[in-house]
Design a protein around this ligand. Structure first.
Ligand SMILES: [Zn+2]
Length: 240
């Protein structure tokens, strides 16, 4: 739970609105657009200060839905690698292995399943793996340490977070879509259930191009909000 705290100085709030506007800065799924609360960029619980540079206006929904997750680089740098289900995230793990630094944590479905001793998980077992994935993500997403965290995922949605991809883009995560192609995935799928999931994945029409377009729009807003520089990406960001 959030620590009990005082409200911020009304003069600081007025300056925040004058400088950055009163639109909700977060734009998470379900955003009501109008800022009604003061949101700390570096969360209050992480020692974020009540300053004009550290506060933006947010709607009540987004402020609650964010739950102290950090914007990419304001603490952890999250890399989300999306692959269709036929590959069993093997392609994602290969990609991560060739990009991560030694010691970077990797949150992978296949590795979590293997750690639980599951070779061909049932639906209930897959749910347990998904819970482990979410728990690990949740902890890394609020980390104030400047670490790179690599997560694999087949479908960027869940029951609790049906628009997960939009959350990632709002928080400016590094999102990679790896698509070996439908026919490759269809061949790789070991059973009918996986083939069905492959078909569902391709019906989502996920692509790197789509992600890039939406990230460019989001980053332009973050520049206007003083949260990103409009120059070349910082050197802390891996160069692809
Ligand atoms: Zn909002």
């Amino acid at each position: 739970m959030m620590a009990r705290r005082q409200t911020i100085d009304p003069l600081i709030r007025a300056k925040v609105i004058e400088t950055w506007g009163n639109a909700c800065w977060l734009e998470l799924p379900g955003c009501t657009r109008v800022g009604t609360e003061d949101d700390h960029i570096v969360p209050y619980s992480h020692g974020g200060m009540d300053t004009v540079s550290n506060i933006r206006r947010a709607c009540k929904h987004c402020n609650a839905s964010r739950q102290d997750r950090v914007l990419y680089g304001y603490g952890a740098r999250l890399h989300m690698v999306v692959v269709p289900p036929g590959s069993c995230d093997r392609e994602a793990v290969d990609y991560i292995d060739s990009h991560k630094a030694q010691g970077d944590p990797v949150v992978s479905f296949s590795a979590l399943a293997a750690a639980m001793g599951l070779t061909s998980p049932s639906l209930a077992e897959r749910r347990a793996v998904a819970m482990a994935w979410s728990g690990a993500y949740r902890q890394f997403a609020i980390s104030q340490e400047p670490i790179d965290v690599w997560c694999t995922r087949t479908t960027p949605s869940s029951k609790r977070h049906p628009r997960m991809l939009e959350e990632w883009i709002a928080l400016d995560y590094d999102v990679r879509v790896i698509d070996p192609g439908f026919s490759v995935e269809w061949e790789r799928a070991k059973d009918d259930a996986t083939r069905k999931r492959v078909r569902q994945w391709y019906a989502l029409h996920l692509s790197q191009e789509l992600v890039d377009t939406r990230q460019q729009e989001r980053r332009a807003k973050l520049v206007a909000l003083g949260l990103r520089s409009d120059r070349a990406p910082a050197s802390s960001r891996p160069q692809w």
